[in-house]
Design a protein around this ligand. Structure first.
Ligand code: NOJ
Length: 549
């Protein structure tokens, strides 16, 4: 059985991964074609974002039919081939299940709109207020009010995301049965992992106006959430001990995550939480320009690491995914110290306690988009906020600058495979433009280069398998108040690991206040280290893993 503590997951956003038929849109065959590359990286699982039938208003997170593959991505035969080929290489597939909402094209919703009471109860329909306005003032995550009026019914339905993504009513047991059935269907196809999209939003609490925020406190980590997850576990993936699961937890609390991902809670194997990726926000407000707050980043990561460890719960650890900017652009230096900073960030995250997730292209040091015009952006959230920001009084230029920094499209430009046109992603016209730096940043130039970012990730994946303290050790922050160094110690039985990262470009002498004799350098992004009497002189973005056994 795969031990998920020794495993690494590689995330694929299929539409931007590799296109085999020249339509400019990545496909399942594209994933199959690149399995040897993924195998070379050494990861255990591939998480693929949704490729089910969908009108694609939110790039597949609006599912119309959970049992079939969207023709843009291929066919069920393509999926089965991918599954077989992955298995041959010892790689397991993790599917992305979107159950907080469906697409408005889903037949359940269509029946609901047609007046079928059974299916109306699959969703959340409410009467408006006395003056006819929306039932509550909750905001959609993509901007605007979260309720949509249906004149024929004189009722509103809830959509926490896009208006084409109506929220499911999990308080209806029939919905919960349908969801289990879908998971079992994919289990029968040999799927060994599931990621559950925004799954901590499925249990809504009171439908009241929120005078303190955007409504999230009424639907986040709601009253029945643990009950529903235990039920889903028991009625589906919990029946196969080999399956691993990860829940995407939006604005969650750590206390709830002790339950979601507790070793004995029979809910999920692990959780994604996002607090550490809001350190360049203003509170929850993402559409602002605020520099990264390093101390905040450290405090959040350390709190979660220690808290989850003490409560025997498991984290997914990561810097990015298809909703996030590229880490080397966000936290590192994509110019002068591109390689060093990409490797430093990798060391920091892969040394933590938890299962690391690598997002496609991260292992190549891919950077944010270089888009200069709004029409190069495709993401519905970015386009909505471009308008909203201008309605708030920002100029077009200022709105664009904010979109350039925070847009989800930063992580969605095609994977850069080689130095050919469109980075070798497609022979057609890509659905979103490739970053112009593909001649410098691409897979072909890195796979055989020992000093590349790719080779460094490969070593990290391997080390987690070989070195028990990385997989099993507990964690202690070191010098938590240091303004530029991120350091921690992991301990497992007699083994110790010290990870020290210089988060900035200025050289710094870090005093470990420890006797480091006997420690060997397991990995570093520089060929030589300067360690004397417990003091380490760290070069720009230098990262070191020291090991004692
Ligand atoms: C989280 C997904 O990662 C994101 O891409 C999507 O837009 C929302 N959930 C809604 O499904």
């Amino acid at each position: 059985m795969t031990d998920f503590r020794k495993s690494t997951v590689y995330q694929i956003y299929p539409r931007s991964f590799y296109d085999t038929n020249g339509d400019g849109f990545g496909d399942l065959r594209g994933v199959t074609a690149k399995l040897d590359y993924i195998k070379e990286l050494g990861v255990d699982y591939i998480w693929m974002t949704p490729f089910f039938v969908s009108p694609q208003y939110d790039n597949g997170y609006d599912v119309e039919d959970y049992y079939n593959i969207d023709p843009r991505y291929g066919t069920m035969e393509d999926f089965e081939e991918l599954s077989r080929e992955a298995e041959k290489r010892g790689i397991k597939l993790m599917l992305d299940m979107v159950f907080n909402h469906t697409s408005s094209n889903h037949e359940w919703f269509q029946k609901a709109l047609a007046g079928d009471e059974k299916y109306k109860n699959f969703y959340i329909f409410k009467k408006g207020k006395e003056d006819g306005s929306a039932p509550t003032n909750w905001e959609s995550k993509f901007g605007g009010n979260a309720w949509e009026y249906v004149p024929e019914m004189d009722e509103y339905y809830l959509h926490l995301f896009h208006v084409k993504q109506p929220d499911l009513n999990w308080d209806n047991p029939e919905v919960r049965e349908e969801v289990k059935k879908i998971v079992r269907f994919w289990m029968n196809k040999g799927v060994k992992g599931f990621r559950f999209d925004v799954v901590n939003l499925i249990s809504k609490d009171k439908y009241e106006d929120d005078y303190e925020g955007d409504g999230r406190r009424f639907y986040t980590d709601g009253p029945n959430i643990h009950k529903y997850l235990k039920e889903l576990n028991e009625g589906s993936f919990g029946q196969d001990a080999e399956i691993i699961t990860v829940g995407e937890m939006s604005s969650t609390s750590m206390e709830n995550c002790f339950g979601y991902a507790g070793a004995d809670s029979n809910e999920l194997s692990m959780v994604f939480s996002f607090h550490h990726l809001k350190v360049d926000f203003m509170g929850n407000e993402k559409w602002v320009l605020v520099p990264v707050d390093f101390m905040k980043l450290k405090n959040i990561l350390f709190d979660w690491q220690v808290g989850m460890s003490e409560n025997n719960a498991w984290n997914a650890v990561f810097w990015c995914n298809h909703d996030q900017p590229r880490p080397v652009s966000r936290f590192g230096d994509e110019e002068k110290y591109w390689k060093e900073s990409a490797k430093m960030l990798a060391t920091l995250v892969h040394g933590l306690r938890g299962t690391p997730y690598i997002y496609q292209g991260e292992e190549l040091g891919m950077t944010n988009t270089d888009f200069t015009k709004i029409d190069q952006f495709k993401d519905v959230e970015s386009l909505n906020y471009y308008e909203i920001l201008q309605q708030k009084g920002l100029s077009k230029e200022d709105a664009l600058r904010i979109i350039q920094i925070h847009s989800r499209d930063n992580g969605r430009t095609p994977v850069q495979w080689n130095s050919e046109e469109h980075g070798g992603f497609t022979t057609g016209t890509p659905w979103i433009e490739v970053n112009n730096n593909y001649k410098k940043v691409n897979a072909e130039s890195q796979i055989h280069d020992e000093a590349s970012i790719f080779s460094y990730y490969k070593k990290l994946v391997q080390l987690r398998k070989e070195v028990d303290v990385i997989a099993y050790g507990d964690i202690k922050p070191l010098d938590a108040k240091h303004p530029s160094v991120f350091a921690y110690e992991r301990t497992y039985e007699n083994e110790k690991l010290i990870v020290v990262c210089n988060f900035y470009k200025n050289e710094v002498v870090w005093d470990s206040k420890m006797n480091l004799e006997g420690y060997e350098t397991l990995l570093s992004n520089y060929s030589e280290q300067n360690i004397e009497n417990g003091k380490i002189t760290l070069k720009p973005y230098e990262a070191i893993m020291l090991h004692l056994q």
